[in-house]
Design a protein around this ligand. Sequence first.
Ligand code: GRF
Length: 193
Amino acid sequence: MEKLTGKKINVAVFISGRGSNLKNLIKYSKSKYSLIKIKLVISNKVNAKGLDYAKKSKIKHFVRSYKNINISEKQILKQLSKFEIELVCLAGFMKILSEKFIKKFNKPILNIHPSLLPKYKGLNTHDKVIKNKDKFSGATVHLVTPKLDSGKIILQKKVKVSKSDNVEALEKKILRIENKLYPEAIYKFLINF
Ligand code: GRF
């Protein structure tokens, strides 16, 4: 990727569901200080609620079922190249990108994960936090590598876990900080890139 020269960089956001991070990234991309332009939204679910945000903002979107990972990834790579995507942001994308895909794209891919990595990679993070009686949890934006939730950490934010928090309450709390964290992490990543 070239150094930043004032031109916004082209981003694709990958989703699978609700899309609250996508909604927020769209809002951020339209702000004065944003360094990104969201050109494409990819979903592996045709009924992902997040697709509505793409439609509302007239952002091109592309759904691939992932029934055949190889074929879906090839088609997605074609779209990424067609839209000259320079950065991919995973936002609740529930499929694991293959090593081949990551190598072929050959540009940065970021992910937001709802835990203080390296603690609690994978699924059900809030459940694990509560079962282990952790005092803090949070969210992490990191670079994607072929190893699940293990790439370089760009930025983290912490929240205090209350004794009364159940999974839903903790999820809500963390989503609230995710919405600030992702734009901040993208900014930090791009100015240091
Ligand atoms: C977020 O908690 C994110 O950290 C995780 O998946 C969830 C996606 O939520 N990777 P949303 O679809 O952005 O609302």
